[in-house]
Ligand binder design. Structure first.
Ligand SMILES: Cc1ncc(C[n+]2csc(CCOP(=O)(O)OP(=O)(O)O)c2C)c(N)n1
Ligand SMILES: [Mg+2]
Length: 654
């Protein structure tokens, strides 16, 4: 506790001297909570995600003070390679999940990583910390519900220091401030503990709680009354405190109280010696950290994604068992939904680290029946129905992936992924860049319109998500590509969005075979060749573009070099650029909205080097810049149709 306090105070000085940038949110006053807990945790198996008040816990869990100082100085030796600041570093190798600023978000990650440990047969407990302020976030509610529902042994600890920045608890909740009572609503035990009082007694209480969680495999909620002695952050003026409040906080400080008790024995001289040792240690650490080089920008781009892993040793057959009673295991005629079902079956059968989760995917087989019968064969917990909690479920999947599982999450409709935007774009997508941790996670997005589903069941979200860095994305247009894409996405060590157009799920049956070159889906596919223009598209529009191509061949004797992009991220455009260098005309077609649409990126990337060789301005075709309208007559006007695309191209040719 003393080492943590001394280091926190020194970091505050350094901030005031201008040597540390960013935000310094000290843990002064919180040591009576975090230090006992971190001491009691089993650092060999347990899972944790520290908050911005938990330096003492980080020091005990796995890291050295020099790591933290390097992080604060944002130097070359920083645990995040200076790509993240403040105290936002974890320690992936030791199951410490690095926090992001968005409070509440990490809690479901702890639930997932702890469940992953348990699935691997390790008797882990998860430690999830929540401030009194963050306890109002939806993710905390979703995570408490999930942990209780799934029976995941997580100790949820509310660090109640009575303030969220400047806002007192009285302005945060109307229904009483005894936050521990919320536990009853989740069917889990809850209790309250004053962490400013008797640290030794609290050590025993925490120890009993951890034992119970470990033994029962059930979560528990503890509200810990704690302190925030230095206000919210180094820059906080604290003028919102009531008269006498700051003085009362200092009077309740657990550290001097503990010290006085220890000194009252015969420990006075010993404590003085220890304090001197700590002070010297902190100064020595500081010297080491200050001597580190400034960070090198060179590796940044290469670290956005985890490097490609070797292919998994798949059984070379559609089925996991080549001896199965299928007539011709080499080729079958399948819809896209069936092809995806086959790929999921293969993955579940061959890869024990796989699991699938989503709403109604178990007995019901999913809204589009893509997971049909998988539950019957693999059962829970490999095939998991989830509650309506997309952010918590995605956070749970992130935790599983962080700890070595390979989850595949089905969103009932791609539209509902917006509920999980922070988990996907800010947490999962940035994980490798900031922490070096691999995150093999597939998010299946049944997307697209044309089916009279209206604004909230028809979205094309590729430009929405892919404007954020760190996500891979595949968008297959055929059953074979869908099968291949699922295997390729599954074995990738990064979060991959798999866009599945709902209109393609049952658009006829097509041959699907085991294809040893399944990773080719990361490259665009030339669907037909031509010389008048290069037409780039993806998803359902590939089929529409084929019909448009037929029309121009027969009516105008003009042929298109038609490309199915297949992978939207990372973009591999070299082959299409070669095509454009030959045709000198570019048409980009997609179903999503035109303005801010994915086509804008394609046109820019494809033409910036070839601009002066073009014989026509690029033609960019997409939907109208409106919400997806409901009635078929309105949706037909909104979306690109064969007739409208033909008209646009004719006008453009003119
Ligand atoms: C979701 C979210 N909204 C806003 C913020 C900005 N913010 C940072 S800390 C903080 C107060 C947090 O209060 P609490 O959860 O009680 O933790 P404490 O700082 O008191 O330990 C706020 C509002 C944030 N980080 N995350
Ligand atoms: Mg607080």
């Amino acid at each position: 506790m003393s080492a943590s306090r001394t280091a926190d105070n020194r970091i505050l000085d350094l901030f005031r001297q201008g040597l540390i940038r960013g935000t310094v949110t000290g843990g002064q006053g919180n040591e009576g909570l975090i230090v006992p807990l971190a001491l009691l945790a089993d650092k060999a198996v347990d899972v944790i995600s520290f908050t911005h008040r938990d330096l003492g816990g980080q020091l005990i869990w796995s890291s050295h003070l020099v790591d933290h100082l390097n992080q604060y100085f944002a130097n070359a030796a920083s645990p995040t390679q200076a790509r993240e600041g403040n105290i936002h570093h974890g320690d992936p190798r030791n199951r410490s999940l690095p926090m992001i600023s968005h409070l509440g978000i990490m809690v479901s990650n702890v639930v997932g990583a702890t469940d992953s440990q348990r699935r691997f047969g390790r008797p882990a407990v998860g430690f999830a910390f929540i401030g009194d302020g963050s306890s109002s976030t939806g993710d905390v509610h979703e995570s408490l519900n999930l942990a209780s529902l799934l029976g995941v042994p997580v100790l949820f600890v509310i660090e109640n220091n009575r303030y969220a920045y400047s806002t007192p608890v009285s302005e945060q909740y109307a229904a009483g401030t005894e936050l521990w009572q919320r536990a009853a609503g989740y069917g889990i035990p809850g209790s309250v503990l004053d962490c400013t009082a008797d640290v030794a007694a609290n050590l025993r209480t925490f120890s009993a709680a951890i034992d119970q969680v470990r033994r029962t495999g059930r979560p528990m909620l503890i509200e810990a009354k704690t302190l925030r002695l230095r206000g919210h952050a180094a820059y906080d003026t604290c003028d919102y405190l009531k008269p006498g409040e700051a003085e009362a906080f200092f009077a309740a400080d657990p550290l001097p109280k503990l010290r006085a008790r220890l000194a009252a024995g015969d420990g006075g001289a010993k404590l003085d010696a220890l304090d001197a040792e700590i002070a010297e240690f902190v100064e020595n650490c500081l010297k080491v950290a200050l001597a580190q080089a400034r960070p090198d920008p060179a590796g940044m781009a290469a670290d956005l994604f985890a490097p490609p892993a070797p292919p998994l040793p798949w059984v070379p057959s559609l089925e996991s068992n080549p001896q199965s009673d299928i007539q011709d295991p080499k080729s079958e005629v399948l819809t896209m939904a069936q092809a995806l079902n086959r790929a999921l079956h293969k993955i579940l059968a061959e890869r024990p680290e796989s699991l699938i989760l989503g709403q109604d995917i178990a007995t019901y087989g999913g809204a589009f029946k893509v997971t049909e019968d998988l539950f019957k064969e693999f059962g829970r917990p490999r095939v998991m129905n989830m509650p309506l909690a997309e952010s918590g479920s995605t956070g749970y999947a992130i935790g599983l992936a962080f700890n070595g599982h390979r989850p595949i999450e089905e969103f009932q409709f791609a539209d509902f992924s917006t509920e999980a935007t922070t988990q996907i774009t800010l947490n999962a997508a940035t994980m490798h860049f900031r922490s070096g941790a691999r995150l093999p996670l597939v998010l299946r997005f049944p997307c697209g319109g044309g089916l009279t589903f209206g604004s909230f069941h028809s979205e094309e979200l590729e430009s929405f998500f892919l404007s954020m860095p760190g996500l891979k994305a595949l968008y297959p247009s055929t059953p074979q590509d869908a099968f291949n894409a699922l295997l390729a996405a599954f074995e990738d060590d990064n979060p991959v969005l798999l866009f599945e157009h709902k209109g393609l799920y049952r658009r006829g049956k097509h041959p699907v075979t085991w294809d040893s070159r399944y990773r080719d889906v990361w490259n665009p596919n030339r669907v037909r060749s031509g010389d008048y223009a290069t037409l780039v598209t993806y998803g359902e529009m590939v089929h529409l573009a084929g019909e448009v191509g037929d029309y121009f061949t027969s009516e105008y004797e003009r042929t298109f070099d038609l490309w199915d992009l297949r992978a939207l991220s990372p973009l591999r455009l070299d082959a299409i650029k070669e095509s454009l260098a030959r045709t000198h005309r570019l048409i980009v077609l997609h179903e999503g909205r035109r303005t801010h649409g994915f086509g804008a990126e394609l046109v820019a990337s494809l033409t910036e080097e070839l601009f002066f060789s073009l014989e026509a301005p690029p033609l960019r075709l997409g939907a109208l810049d409106l919400p997806v309208p409901f009635a078929p007559e309105l949706e037909a006007v909104f979306r690109p149709t064969k007739e409208k695309v033909i008209d646009s191209i004719v006008r453009w040719m003119g």
